[in-house]
Ligand binder design. Sequence first.
Ligand code: PHE
Length: 361
Amino acid sequence: MQELEAQQAETLGQINAAETAEAVEAIRVAALGKQGWVSALLKTLGGMTPEQRQSEGPRIHAAREAVTAAIAERKDALESAALEARLAAEKIDLTLPAPEAPKGSVHPVSQVMDELAEIFADMGFAVASGPEIEDDWHNFTALNMPETHPARAMHDTFYFPDRDAEGREMLLRTHTSPVQIRTMLSQGAPLRIIAPGRVYRSDSDATHTPMFHQVEGLVIDKGIHLGHLKWTLETFLKAFFERDDIVLRLRPSYFPFTEPSVEVDVGYTLVGGKRVLGGTEGWMELLGSGMVNRRVIEMGGLDPDEWQGFAFGVGVDRLAMLKYGMDDLRAFFDGDARWLQHYGFNALDVPTLSGGVGVRA
Ligand code: PHE
């Protein structure tokens, strides 16, 4: 078995002398490949007596590990050297003029979020945000969904395998509602915010993608009632769809974090077989909302006898589809340049109340 040491030393020498990734690969095949000498030695283990195996096994495995490690190290070194050489050789001429027609475009989701911020800013709302990697307390418990609550199962949540340092279960937020809790805790009351952002659910077909966008709205103040909610949504939707004939229908519903809860439908008219928002020929479901549950106000660190509020949550992608006429949600996230060219917005078309998303009193 002296040869083992000799062969190992020879292989290690070859690895260190190899100048290209291909050379290293050839050495790897000669040693660790199916016909390689290490593999051949490993096969001899089967025919040994238990005593022989006990002394030879560790030596052969050690040789395999030494060769494997040397190969990985050499490959790394060659790759960094190649990268260094490429970085030294390539350059970009930043003085080249930009193409005459701008190539990029603003994604409809970004455009709609800008429009929402503009419309709600006019009504005194600030923009708030929260993390996409949430803990289970903010996403569920504080929103009146304790561990055993059946609504949790309906969210098709992506959980992380490990808990965080404080032992909390971590997940990708399933809605923007945890921002309600975070904002109440950090800012207190009164409060007027919208919180646009990405949310995640394990769901996928023509109208569902595992990642999508919502915007949350939250008002906390004294003497807030359903009338404020209805006026706010009406004013928002008329401004957003740029039509005065938007009609809302409020239906009783259930969310653990609002009481009462209200599902909001918006009326449409059929024009040449297509649904156009406005009028009352038919109804489509648009968003969930309600008066903030007393328990949620408490979880936000506020006294529900003093403060009331309303909240709503609406799909940003859905708003974009309804306003700009796309019909397949999946195309939003394909990154197809033709789609972006067609549906994207010019970076200089900043939505403003006077120029594009006018609030009409
Ligand atoms: N978070 C709810 C959802 O994702 C929507 C909602 C928000 C409902 C705020 C009521 C109040 O379905």
